[in-house]
Design a protein around this ligand. Structure first.
Ligand SMILES: [Zn+2]
Length: 272
């Protein structure tokens, strides 16, 4: 809870087991040419929680090959179980898995609340035929997908790949990370707005976009369709929150984006 009385859910955090956190974070830095502010451990996330009064984190990790899926999902569900209600976990899937149905069953059995996909790191175009079973099953089982969207260097996750999926799977809930297209913001606009089940998060945007631009996207998509997220460990959840609040959105908009939408979409229950 912030001093203004806002409840805060950071809906986009990557976490790693301690033994590989530094290497995994360095690999992301190399991919994006960034320099992460944190080390990707659960402990550092808890420090942010205590320092900045962040209430809850949606945590996930990305499998770079099908063999990693089971171990990652075990780690995420264990973190959730040990987290005393502070974490909601999303499972990882890989489109090259020979048992996507089984992977999704195990995600549900483990009590995870959705799925994270990253087309650029996992090397699949979002509208690839390999992904259709994932979308069909997630739609059927009401599992929301946090989807990395946008990379001007590739043709995997940009709006031209996202829109066919959104149009075809009209009940599938997708959260398009980074306002729907990291590094291709100039290609976004009305075309992504107005789909009932297509949401967005504003993670990894403030480093590249002026707050005024972020605000314009939020108003275009609607505050009921945007979630706050930091992309931890790349950025500090607390510092991202400070920048977010400096945009001067209305109190009602802030309440939706900072917690309400994430609660609804990912089924995060109120803390008692
Ligand atoms: Zn991410």
């Amino acid at each position: 809870m912030t001093e203004q009385g806002y409840e805060i859910i950071d809906a986009h955090c990557h976490i790693f087991p301690d033994a590989i956190a530094v290497a995994a974070t360095a690999a992301t830095d190399r991919f994006y040419g960034t320099h992460a502010l944190h080390d990707g451990t659960v402990a550092s996330l808890k420090t942010e929680q205590e320092t900045y009064g962040i209430d809850h984190f949606v945590v996930q990790s990305v499998a770079t090959n099908p063999k990693q899926v089971a171990a990652i999902n075990r780690f995420i569900s264990q973190t959730m179980e040990n987290g005393k209600g502070d974490f909601t976990g999303l499972g990882s899937l890989h489109p090259d898995s020979s048992d996507i149905r089984g992977d999704i069953e195990r995600i549900l059995e483990a009590g995870l609340h959705g799925v994270k996909l990253h087309p650029d790191i996992q090397h699949f175009p979002m509208d690839d035929v390999r992904c259709m079973p994932i979308y069909e099953l997630c739609e059927e089982k009401h599992l929301p997908i946090l989807m990395h969207t946008g990379d001007s260097r590739y043709d995997y996750s940009n709006p031209n790949r996202l829109l066919p999926v959104v149009k075809h799977f009209s009940e599938l809930v997708i959260v398009g990370a980074h306002l729907g297209g990291w590094s291709v913001w100039d290609r976004l606009g009305d075309q992504l707005a107005g789909y009932e089940h297509l949401y967005f998060d504003c993670s990894s945007c403030f480093h590249w976009l002026q707050p005024e631009v972020v605000k314009r996207f939020i108003r275009l998509y609607g505050a009921d369709h945007v979630l706050f997220g930091s992309d931890y460990p790349m950025w500090s959840p607390g510092k991202e929150l400070e920048t977010f609040l400096s945009m001067g959105l209305t109190e009602g908009e802030n309440r939706m984006i900072l917690a309400g939408n994430a609660r609804r979409i990912y089924g995060i229950s109120e803390k008692v």
